[in-house]
Design a protein. Structure first.
Lengths: 564, 155
């Protein structure tokens, strides 16, 4: 039987197991919305701005490991979605975004609501497709999901002209797909893995440095096994938090610009660096000339272009992290060799001394609410088991530093692109994927206003997200840099004319709370978490000039931190 | 690479987005109509060339990538050079074209158009041999390259 393109799209999404679709209708996608209306398997979530559709799909993907799906109309629908697509691209998040397009015979004619979506999204997608023939649609969707979810994941855009969604073709969804130009590597090179294991065992001052690739590659269990088998220290990047239990004694905290003293010092002085699913980002390495001066480096990554891009490595291993880690574990067991126990013991003594600096300490006697205190209260009240999304800036760093993630998929933030406005819509995606879980959005009064309209979506679908706003009346990270590097000239970083967030939340039908006394923080948190079926907007009026420490200034090495 | 609309822009976009040089780029269909072949001339340190190779391989439309300069290969480029040709110069350009194995493919009372297919260096030499103010227009095709011997992109 022949189906319309719109019906083929909906049927194909079902075949891919899609349960939720985040979107916003418009002229070019009306046939698709009509097809969605006539079925019940896929739930469409109506956001209030297309940027939120892509962030919600992204949050869905980050918390499940499955591809998130968004649907937007042509022209402004597509351009509004671009920020969310670029956000997913920078963090390698599997996502399929369907953009409507004008009729094929109108393309290039400056038609109403026409943009070159393929051209605009090309630099921020893993791949994109313009479907011109309805007969190609099913196979294109299959390819899109295959590309988005395999290898180094990423967003894929399908641009769908309106006439293609109306035209008819036989529906045959391909069971499998093979592409001559795309076949991601799975297994690592056995010889290189052997070299890596030998180098790991020869280490006197080793450290594991692992990133988002371990989360995306579902390698957390294997990583934990390997690290504990060796008794080596481990640090995670911002994107890698949760891939190794943060409460374990071998975990040194996050590294990099706002990493812990012990993580950065251990990195700087190590003799063997084992990098897994991490990409030597500039926020991690600091000054590249001063990065890990004594280290031989092993680097495992599924993307060959990540290897030796910023830092030259000694043992490159291209492959899926899970497969490579399993190989390493097996080789260690079979080989029977053990690490140099005495050297590792001395190394741990040194690390313990660095830890004693207690770099995350803060003033707990203050009469102002300290942002760190709020995150710690959130951690305690949720037993460390919440899904935590964040926006971008100081609050993001405090969430990363003070919420100890023991499991992967729990920490949802825009690491690479640093997109303000990400937190709330991402939390919506997470809540749809995990309806019974506690989802907290740690945000600031600046970031939350970038997608505040989604409070309306949250009401419509009864999403009981807990918004933890660290309201310091400043664009805090900008202000911190201005304090440190611009002699305190706070250009445009003061957030004037703020709304009354309590009333704002209430006007959207939610619960609002304002907390400005440190003594009230724990009680308020407890009260908010008890409201299981309500969105609670917690407006914490925090110390306006608190800074994020430690901090590595631009141009400095990992051993040159500013401490409190 | 796949002979898809937009494949060329993916390659060109990659070079501009990552700040790599493109000295020339030629692209045309191959013996297999579903694929086209692109010859790119670029420059950079060894590390940069390695990165360019990896990044190009990452493009979904790229089927196979070979760095021709790693082995014996042939490079050819075509140039069409239109010169002012009056009086004695007419004989002179004919001789010059012969020396360089070029052909005069269009003649008017006042001009010649000379076709030359050779390595880039030879074309540069030929152009240098002509007085600059006698040149009306030059069009160059960019380089096409192929491995020497029986080796091919299929092997």
């Amino acid at each position: 039987m022949e189906l319309t393109g719109a019906e083929i799209l909906v049927r194909s999404l079902k075949e891919e197991g899609v349960k939720h679709l985040f979107g916003y209708p418009g002229g070019a996608v009306l046939h698709i919305y009509d097809a969605l209306y006539q079925q019940e398997d896929i739930k469409h979530v109506l956001v209030r701005h297309e940027q939120a559709a892509t962030h919600a799909a992204d949050g869905y993907a980050r918390s499940t490991g499955k591809a998130g799906v968004a649907l937007v109309t042509s022209g402004p629908g597509a351009t509004n979605a671009v920020t969310g697509i670029a956000t997913a691209y920078m963090d390698s998040i599997p996502m399929v975004v369907i953009t409507g397009q004008v009729f094929t015979n109108m393309i290039g004619n400056d038609a109403f609501q026409e943009v070159d979506s393929i051209g605009i999204t090309r630099p921020c997608v893993k791949h994109n497709f313009l479907v011109k023939e309805v007969a190609d649609l099913a196979e294109t969707i299959k390819k899109a999901f295959y590309i988005a979810t395999t290898g180094r994941p990423g967003p894929v855009v399908i641009d769908l002209p309106k006439d293609v969604t109306a035209n008819k073709a036989e529906f045959n969804y391909p069971k499998t797909i093979k592409m001559r130009s795309y076949s991601p590597v799975e297994m690592g090179d056995a010889g290189e893995i052997k070299r890596a294991v030998a180098m790991m065992l020869s280490a006197k001052r080793p450290i594991f440095y692992t990133g988002g690739g371990v989360v995306l590659g579902r390698g957390a269990a294997e990583l934990t096994e390997l690290v504990q088998q060796l008794n080596y220290p481990i640090t995670n990047t911002l994107m890698g938090l949760g891939a190794y239990p943060a409460t374990d004694k071998q975990f040194l905290g996050m590294l990099g610009m706002h990493g812990t003293y012990e993580a950065n010092m251990t990195m700087h002085h190590c003799d063997v660096l084992i990098a897994i699913g991490a990409r030597f980002d500039d926020r991690v390495t600091g000054n590249i000339e001063k990065f890990c001066p004594h280290a031989r480096i092993i680097h495992v990554d599924i993307d060959p272009s990540s290897i030796s891009k910023n830092v030259k490595v000694d043992v490159p291993i291209v492959g899926s992290v899970t497969n490579v880690l399993q190989e390493m574990i097996a080789m260690l067991k079979k080989g029977g060799k053990k690490p140099d126990e005495q050297a590792i013991g001395e190394w741990w003594q040194q690390i313990t001394a660095w830890r004693a600096a207690d770099c995350l300490k803060y003033d707990t006697e203050s009469d102002k609410v300290k942002p760190q205190q709020v995150v710690e209260a959130l951690y305690r009240e949720t037993n460390g088991d919440a899904y935590v999304t964040s926006d971008v800036g100081q609050h993001q760093m405090w969430a990363a530093q003070y919420y100890k993630f023991d499991k992967p998929y729990r920490w949802i933030n825009s690491g690479g692109l640093g997109t303000m406005g990400f937190g709330l819509p991402a939390a919506m995606g997470v809540q749809f994927a995990h309806p019974d879980a506690t989802v907290a959005c740690v945000t600031g009064e600046g970031s939350i206003q970038m997608c505040i309209q989604e409070l309306s979506t949250c009401l419509q679908y009864g999403l009981p997200i807990k918004i933890i706003a660290l309201n310091n009346r400043y664009l805090g990270m900008v202000r911190q840099w201005q304090e440190f590097f611009y002699d305190g000239r706070y250009a445009m970083s003061y957030m004037d004319a703020l709304p009354d967030f309590v009333k704002l939340a209430e006007s959207y039908g939610h619960v609002g709370m304002r907390i400005d006394n440190p003594a009230d923080v724990d009680g308020a948190m407890e009260e908010a978490m008890k409201l299981k079926d309500r969105l609670v907007f917690m407006d914490f009026v925090t110390d306006s000039e608190e800074n994020v420490y430690p901090m590595i200034p631009a141009g400095a090495g990992l051993n040159e931190m500013i401490l409190v | 690479m796949e002979n898809e609309a937009g494949a060329l822009s993916r390659v060109a976009g990659l070079f501009s987005a990552r700040g790599y040089n493109i000295e020339s780029l030629t692209v045309a269909p191959t013996e297999d109509a579903s694929m086209s072949r692109m010859t790119i001339v670029t420059s950079g340190s060894e590390d940069i060339i390695v990165q360019i190779t990896k990044q190009l391989n990452k493009l979904i439309d790229v089927v196979k990538l070979v760095n021709l300069s790693e082995a014996e290969h042939i490079e050819r480029e075509m140039a069409l050079i239109k010169v002012k040709a009056v009086g004695e110069a007419r004989e002179e350009y004919k001789r010059l074209a012969d020396i360089f194995n070029g052909r005069i493919i269009d003649v008017t009372e006042a001009s010649y158009t000379i076709e030359l297919t050779d390595s880039g260096e030879k074309i540069v030499e030929f152009i240098a041999a002509i007085n600059a103010d006698q040149i009306i227009e030059i069009v160059r095709s960019g380089v096409s390259g192929i491995a020497r011997g029986e080796k091919s992109l299929h092997s």
